[in-house]
Design a binder for this molecule. Structure first.
Ligand SMILES: [Zn+2]
Ligand SMILES: [Zn+2]
Length: 315
């Protein structure tokens, strides 16, 4: 499929040869990892006196797009399945759009193409899937055929299946929310691509037990202006959230030669985040998840004392 939405963005004459470069926003399917890698298994002991939460599985699809599975109830975050001349995942997709499971809900943080690939996601067949979006995106989601769209402003909660979805603060170049997802005894913070802002300090006050935090780390600057947390800032946020596990997201992205040469710069890596978190977030274990690899947090084998350390066994 080669879908053409030929919006001409930029035409420049290159200084050297006077060559005209035309960047388009046509979209093409992104490559998918050929086979699913094995999962990383983590065992967490439930708090004494509380029932053991159900199994939680996290899988990055790519960038900020991922599946958060609360023991059979799957939430898709920030769907992005195609690429254009200025938007490259920088990593293969862990899962093709056509292979998505039946979802319990979709959450979208903001309207940038790399987080809200609505033209591609319109192919998702279950049009009545509960679709939670930052409030300015409701009409676009409905126009794509989705019938169950909820516009969630910051600090508003809603439900899908047994999962509670709360929009939380964010700051970015455009209106954005992050999300706290709660279900079956587990709590996950989805950090989209926010900057680190004081408003996020409220999150751990309202959600004191965060099991997993998905945090953007590439410190993206656009035209010299910072629009995403750096790896150091993401580590500080992991510490503020007291997250048991933090998974870096939003780091492999490339804007193509033109953007990466003239407009964009990157200030963070998952490895830098892991190093910074050792000092800044000592309660937090960092797991770098390649696309398609599943992080399985299984409370059922509670005889293993405590969390398995960084770089533990792969099964
Ligand atoms: Zn963005
Ligand atoms: Zn982004």
């Amino acid at each position: 499929m080669l879908k053409r939405r030929m919006l001409v963005l930029i035409a420049i004459a290159a200084l050297a040869g006077g060559v005209i470069i035309v960047a388009t926003r046509g979209t093409i399917p992104a490559p998918v990892v050929p086979s699913r890698p094995p999962g990383l298994h983590v065992t967490i002991v439930a708090q004494p006196g509380t029932p053991a939460p159900a199994k939680l599985i996290i899988m990055r699809i790519a960038h900020s797009s991922g599946l958060v599975d609360f023991d059979g109830e799957g939430i898709l975050t920030d769907p992005w399945f195609t690429e254009s001349s200025q938007y490259h995942h920088g990593e293969p997709l862990g899962l093709a759009l056509a292979n998505l499971p039946a979802l319990t809900a979709v959450v979208v943080s903001h309207g940038h193409y790399d987080h809200f690939d609505i033209d591609a996601f319109a192919a998702y067949p279950r049009k009545d899937v509960p679709f939670f979006v930052e409030p300015s995106l409701g009409s676009a989601a409905r126009k794509a055929g989705f019938t169950n769209v909820y516009e969630l402003p910051t600090w508003q909660s809603s439900h899908a299946g047994s999962i509670t979805i709360t929009a939380t603060p964010a700051k970015h170049g455009v209106p954005e929310v992050t999300y706290v997802l709660q279900g079956k005894g587990s709590t996950v913070f989805f950090g989209a691509d926010t900057e680190l802002i004081p408003d996020l300090d409220e999150v751990p006050k309202r959600f004191p037990k965060i099991d997993v935090a998905l945090l953007a780390v590439n410190g993206l600057h656009a035209f010299g202006k910072q629009v995403v947390m750096t790896d150091q800032e993401a580590a500080r946020l992991a510490g503020k959230l007291h997250a048991q596990i933090a998974i870096p997201i939003h780091y492999a992205f490339k804007g193509g030669w033109l953007s990466d040469t003239f407009f964009l710069s990157y200030h963070g890596t998952p490895e830098g985040f892991m190093r910074a978190a050792e000092a800044t977030a000592p309660e937090t274990q960092v797991r770098i998840l390649p696309p398609g690899q599943r992080l399985v947090i299984d409370y059922s084998t509670a005889q293993t004392a405590g969390l398995v350390r960084r770089g533990d066994e792969r099964q």
